[in-house]
Design a protein around this ligand. Structure first.
Ligand code: HEC
Length: 160
């Protein structure tokens, strides 16, 4: 029972922590959870990475390079978080992602849609290589076709 009490307390801490971060305002936007706060499950980090992979693609397709750069940063942070929090992930599988991430970043800087598409393809291959080596070969990532985010506009916004 002691254990259960602990678990409930942990659950409460877990569910309240994001609220605290949300309430403490803008300056904490870069805050990342520490181990004491909340350790996201690897599969959940991956779902976030998948979301960024999709948004990155549609941002680039819409030539919204600011948004593409932002989604790439988020994607990178997700992969880094996975590697830091989960020691079982082979480091080499993460480091091989740096090359396609850099190529995407270069394509974004150059506002080059063709290079961007090629580099996202390489990134996607990297996702799948890691899944294969980690007995998750059944998780197959491809270039997004239809996006699930019907409420999101990927077009560049008119700057105020
Ligand atoms: C370094 C290794 C590694 C890399 C790189 C990697 N993944 Fe994963 N991914 C995993 C592992 C391990 C799992 C299984 C997690 C689990 O079973 O809890 C996983 C699971 C997933 C899942 C399944 C989650 C679910 O519940 O549906 C998705 C989606 C996913 N990854 C997307 C991606 C995408 C997109 C990329 C590339 C941008 C990527 N992953 C790159 C290791 C990796």
């Amino acid at each position: 029972m002691k254990l259960r009490g602990y678990s409930v307390a942990l659950l409460m801490v877990c569910s309240l922590a994001p609220l605290a971060i949300a309430q403490s305002g803008q300056s904490n936007l870069n805050a990342s959870p520490t181990n004491e706060q909340y350790v996201p499950r690897l599969g959940d980090i991956m779902i976030a990475v998948q979301t960024r992979h999709i948004k990155l693609w549609f941002a680039g397709k819409a030539q919204n390079w600011d948004l593409a750069a932002y989604e790439l940063r988020q994607l990178k942070a997700g992969l880094l978080e996975a590697a830091l929090l989960y020691e079982g992930i082979p480091v080499s599988n993460v480091t091989t992602m740096t090359k396609p991430v850099q190529s995407i970043s270069d394509a974004i800087d150059a506002k080059d849609g063709k290079r961007f598409a090629k580099a996202v393809g390489e990134l996607t291959d990297g996702c799948n290589s890691c899944h294969q080596t980690m007995q998750r070969g059944f998780v197959v990532i491809q270039t997004p076709t239809a996006g699930p985010f019907g409420d999101r506009s990927f077009a560049p916004s008119k700057k105020p």
